[in-house]
Write a new protein. Sequence first.
Length: 81
Amino acid sequence: MLNLIVLDRIDRTRDMHRFYVLSIEPTLWGELSLVRQWGRIGRRGRSRVDLHCDHASAREALDSWLERKRGRGYVPRQPTT
């Protein structure tokens, strides 16, 4: 049931190399959490966990954050070969 989205925002003219990760993960108590991680690519970054009582509310929160980040110029990470 793990949903994972990895986004990047790279602008070499502004020396901007950022990542943002959104994932829905289960907790030990049967709830779901929206885990957000962000920072500069190649660095540890920061994270935040938001608890949700069901998959629908967690997915709604994930979609909301995804829309915000796309509006700020983040794009899905391209797979490497």
